[in-house]
Write a protein that binds this ligand. Sequence first.
Ligand code: ARG
Length: 268
Amino acid sequence: MNKKWLLALLMTLVVAVLAACGASDKKDTTSGSEGPTDTNTEDKKVLVMGTSADYAPFEYVETATSDEIIGFDIDLAKTIGEKLGYEIKVENMDFNSLITALQAKKFDIVLSGMTPTPEREEVVDFSIPYYETEQYLIFDKEKDYKELADVKGGLVGAQVSSIQEDLAKEFAEEHGFKVESRNLIPELVQELKTGRFDAAVIENIVAENYLANNDDLAAFPIEVEEPDFKAAVFQEGSPLKAEFDKVIEELVADGTIDELKAKWFVVE
Ligand code: ARG
């Protein structure tokens, strides 16, 4: 009789332990069972990263050679992922839709040269910044613009939902030009080339890339009040933020970020 009880007790314990293991296995994925992390393979947890691959050298596709998304942000995300034990799976989406898709849990993270702003901070969380850039006005060389006032009466382009769009609209009132937005950066450059846009507001690192490859374009820096930081983006309250912040701090301190800049940027 005693033995039977002992056996029953042991069995119950074994079942309980197994169940607990199973449950915690599931919890090991980052955002629950219905998130994008369901794609987990083997032991490495997969983080799905959203990006707008229209932004060389941060994220882009070298269409002549491959359809893979490459760039500074991709290398950075993969370096962070390696340190934390995540595999990073990159998915392309127009810049304009990235935050909504992140909120809808289509992605675990977004790295897309995105700048923390008070409006964005209301709906998502940002990592500590990993980079800072400036703004350029870019235009056909023949325009020979020297300052924003020269664009009076013209049409200036910017990317939909970017801080550059806000800036362009701000300056539009002051300097008497119109603003029109496009979803993708290459569309802006195309409009410059066809002469539909007189100029566009694009950040310096991205603009320099176009200047290096297009003799017919010129640019000058625009003075702005708010700094343009780059940071990784997370769902509100995501535990990933603390993990990423720690690694970004390390990568700034140990020179890895500088190495990535040297690898990807035309200019510092
Ligand atoms: N830094 C700007 C912003 O946050 C523009 C970023 C655009 N990124 C891109 N991959 N197109 O609004």
